[in-house]
Write a protein that binds this ligand. Structure first.
Ligand SMILES: Cc1ncc(COP(=O)(O)O)c(C=O)c1O
Length: 424
């Protein structure tokens, strides 16, 4: 009881007025009521916030964040320091070096955005593209669609080449596109090449400098196993030349690389100036995640993902699942997509996995919505075996739901929602 009271006191003191809140906790409710009646506050504190924070333990195998290891969680629990303190700037320098290693780049213009992957996406496009300029986006799912929309919103002339979800583009295919359209590809055509590696960086080979990538970004919450909220990004010299010789200022002040370059000490100026208050705890965790990657070695991380993905794919196929991406060599080791078996509702499957096993898997997004279920293997050696173990559990196999036949009169059939084999 005492613990609960003091815990409540802490929550209240953070959110509202420390004095009035603590007294509300310590004084009987009737006294509280009369004080409230006399004061100027007419909206009471929400009852839900007077209860301690509770969060479940889950295996995160969905397309969102991945589980965070204890060392990274411990970094988040450290007391914060000022965002411009010398020690903080050193931590930011460590992060920069860690990103250069993870991206395999010597680009000086390398930093972490304060925000999720979308912030990096917008930063990349807002800074390098001006209204009226041409952009070609290779779209094979929701992320290409979003990149196209972001470019469209700033007035770019957007052209797309589209493949169905699960499809991929070769360099030759993109180069064959009418180059009047010009975008992010091939240096010989004076274009910049942008790559979104939010779902893959650290888990599959990407070599920014060797592969001639001009703009590369990722998110902290996937392979890097940090909490969401920071997004590593890097710009080549060609990209810097383009973005720092614009005719107009970037539309977003927050995402202006002129400011961010100084905040991250990338512009060669002797002093770093306040631009915004960075997510200090987020930078602590990102630093630790990058340190783990550096200790493990990038190639070991790629190999580990490959091995885990192959194990997962083999296990899934042996249980009768069909993988969504047909060609083995183009499957990402970090994202495993399963075709939803005919007649099933993917939502029911994901709800079941969450409810009975605290495992998050998810359906597709955008154009792949309804076509795939997505167990992902972000940096988690245990994931493949966990999923396979779960699907073999006796209680799951006994748990059936009723499936409606796709045509004709509604015939009920009992089928296991995890193994998709009829167990009637
Ligand atoms: C390839 C890709 N790009 C961009 C994003 C957006 O990242 P965020 O949700 O961190 O904004 C995601 C998120 O899953 C992604 O997978």
């Amino acid at each position: 009881m005492l613990t609960a009271l003091s815990h409540r006191g802490v929550i209240l003191a953070r959110g509202v007025n420390a004095h009035s809140c603590l007294s509300r906790v310590l004084h009987p409710p009737s006294a509280c009521r009369s004080r409230r009646a006399m004061g100027s506050v007419s909206i009471p504190p929400p009852a839900s916030l007077l209860r301690p924070l509770e969060t479940p333990q889950r295996l995160l195998s969905g397309p969102g964040p991945s589980n965070v290891p204890p060392r990274v969680l411990a970094a988040a629990a450290r007391q914060i320091i000022g965002h411009m303190h010398g020690e903080m700037l050193e931590i930011m320098d460590d992060i920069k070096k860690g990103i250069q290693y993870a991206f395999q780049t010597q680009n000086n213009m390398t930093l972490a955005m304060s925000g999720p992957g979308h912030v990096a996406m917008e930063c990349a496009i807002f800074n390098t593209v001006e209204s009226g300029e041409s952009v070609l986006v290779a779209v094979n799912g929701i992320w290409g669609e979003r990149a196209a929309e972001i470019a469209e919103r700033i007035g770019a002339r957007v052209n797309t080449i589209v493949k169905p979800p699960g499809g991929y583009f070769t360099k030759e295919e993109i180069e064959q596109v009418d180059l009047q359209l010009v975008f992010f590809f091939s240096h010989s055509h004076n274009c910049l090449f942008l790559l979104d590696a939010v779902a893959s960086l650290g888990g599959s080979p990407i070599l920014m400098d060797k592969q001639g990538i001009d703009i590369l970004y990722t998110g902290s919450q996937k392979v890097l196993n940090s909490p969401p909220g920071t997004a590593p990004i890097s710009f080549s010299e060609r990209a810097c030349k383009k973005m720092f010789h614009r005719k107009t200022k970037p539309l977003s002040y927050f995402l202006d690389m002129g400011w961010l370059a100084n905040y991250w000490g990338c512009d060669g100026k002797p002093t770093r100036t306040y631009h915004h208050t960075g997510p200090i705890s987020g930078f602590f965790t990102l630093r630790e995640s990058l340190a783990i990657l550096a200790e493990m070695g990038l190639e070991n991380s790629w190999n580990r993902h490959k091995e885990v993905a192959e194990h997962l794919h083999k296990g899934l196929e042996s249980m009768g699942f069909k993988l969504f991406v047909q060609e083995k060599h183009v499957r990402l080791p970090t994202v495993t997509t399963i075709t939803v078996p005919p007649g099933y509702d993917w939502r029911e499957i994901t709800v079941y996995a969450m409810k009975h096993h605290n495992v998050e898997i998810s359906g597709g997004l955008g154009p792949s919505s309804g076509m795939v279920g997505l167990p992902l293997s972000f940096h988690m050696t245990c994931l493949a075996s966990s999923l396979i173990k779960i699907s073999r559990k006796k209680d799951v196999q006994k748990t059936c739901h009723k499936r409606e036949s796709e045509s004709g009169p509604k015939k009920k059939k009992k089928v296991c929602v995890m193994c998709f084999r009829c167990c009637a």
